[in-house]
Design a protein around this ligand. Sequence first.
Ligand SMILES: Cc1cc2nc3c(=O)[nH]c(=O)nc-3n(C[C@H](O)[C@H](O)[C@H](O)COP(=O)(O)O)c2cc1C
Length: 117
Amino acid sequence: MIEADGIILASPTYFADISPELKALIDCAGMVAKANGDLFKRKIGAAIVAVRRAGGIHAFDSINHFFLISQLIVPGSSYWNIGIGREKGEVKSDQEGVQIMMTLGKNMAWLLKKITG
Ligand SMILES: Cc1cc2nc3c(=O)[nH]c(=O)nc-3n(C[C@H](O)[C@H](O)[C@H](O)COP(=O)(O)O)c2cc1C
């Protein structure tokens, strides 16, 4: 994460929030970064969430709260970055979700090129 110009954090939706694995990463990496002068400052951060039915927006917000307090820059897409699906690969049939991720990727790449020169 320290070496990266851009960071994508993704999670399934568990009881309308992120997985405990991602929460542990955010808490550990976030505190280390803060204690050392905001190590993730001005990197590009994108949140991606998978959801079966509902609660994905809250999980999405949880990741973005971490990005914003850590001084990352957050690119947008045509909608919030949530893909709908339960089983592995099912998200591919969420056509709008796939389109959202493609637009997000393009916006993130555009921003990275501007920032890294
Ligand atoms: C503990 C737990 C909580 C869940 N909570 C939600 C939820 O709030 N909303 C939802 O739409 N799906 C919920 N689901 C369904 C998951 O989003 C779905 O099963 C997902 O594919 C799980 O990804 P995984 O196989 O990587 O754990 C939950 C699943 C688990 C295991």
